[in-house]
Design a protein around this ligand. Structure first.
Ligand code: THU
Length: 167
C-alpha cells in the first residue's frame, strides 16, 4: 500500500481592489449579471461572467423554478450559453459572485458539485483550464487556476475510453 495525496492551492486576495484590472472587470461583470437572476425562491442571486479565449464575454445567472429541482445554477447557464454561442471555444477566466437578500455577500461562494462536473467537462472538451475568480460583494477573493481542481477523482469521457476533444 502507498499513501497518495491530492494537493490543491489557490490565491487569496484581501479584496477586489487587489485584483488586476482584467480580473476585477470580470468579477464586476458577474456582479452586474446578478441583476438578471431569477431567484424568487432563494432570494440568492448568483451571477457568473466569463472571458473566452476569443475575447468575448458571456454571462449567466441562476434561474429557479416553482418545481425546485428544475432550477439551474448561474455557472451552468453560463457554460450552456458559451457553448451554444461559441462551440468549443475555451474559457480563459470565469468569475462567480452573488447578492444575498437574506444576509451578507461578504465571502466567496464555490460552484456546487453538479457545476464542478460541468466545468470539468468544459475544460476537457476544449483542452484548456478555466481560471475561476470567486468573491462576494465585499471581502476576500479566491482565484483557482483550474476549475477541475475542485473535483478530484471526477468521472469523465476518458473513463468510457472516449476522447471528445475537437481537433
Ligand atoms: N446557486 C448558483 O447559481 N451557483 C452556485 O454556485 C451556488 C448556488 C444557486 C442555486 C439556487 O438558485 C440558489 O443559488 C440557492 O441555492
Amino acid at each position: 500500500m502507498k499513501q497518495e495525496e491530492y494537493r490543491f492551492s489557490f490565491k487569496v486576495y484581501d479584496s477586489i481592489s487587489e485584483l488586476d484590472t482584467a480580473d476585477a472587470d470580470i468579477l464586476n461583470a458577474a456582479m452586474d449579471a446578478t441583476k438578471t437572476a431569477y431567484a424568487p425562491y432563494s432570494n440568492f442571486q448568483v451571477g457568473a461572467a466569463a472571458l473566452l479565449q476569443n475575447g468575448k464575454m458571456v454571462r449567466g445567472t441562476n434561474q429557479e423554478n416553482a418545481s425546485y429541482p428544475v432550477g439551474i445554477c448561474a455557472e451552468r447557464v453560463l457554460l450552456s450559453t458559451a457553448s451554444s454561442l461559441y462551440p468549443n471555444e475555451p474559457i480563459a477566466t470565469m468569475a462567480v459572485t452573488y447578492n444575498n437578500q437574506n444576509g451578507k455577500s461578504n465571502h466567496p461562494i464555490c460552484p456546487c458539485g453538479m457545476c464542478r462536473q460541468s466545468l470539468a467537462e468544459h475544460e476537457s472538451r476544449t483542452g484548456q483550464p478555466i481560471r475561476i475568480i470567486l468573491g462576494g460583494r465585499e471581502g476576500k477573493v479566491h482565484v483557482i487556476e483550474r476549475a477541475s481542481m475542485l473535483l478530484p477523482f471526477s468521472f469523465s469521457s476518458e473513463d468510457m475510453n472516449l476522447d471528445l476533444r475537437q481537433a
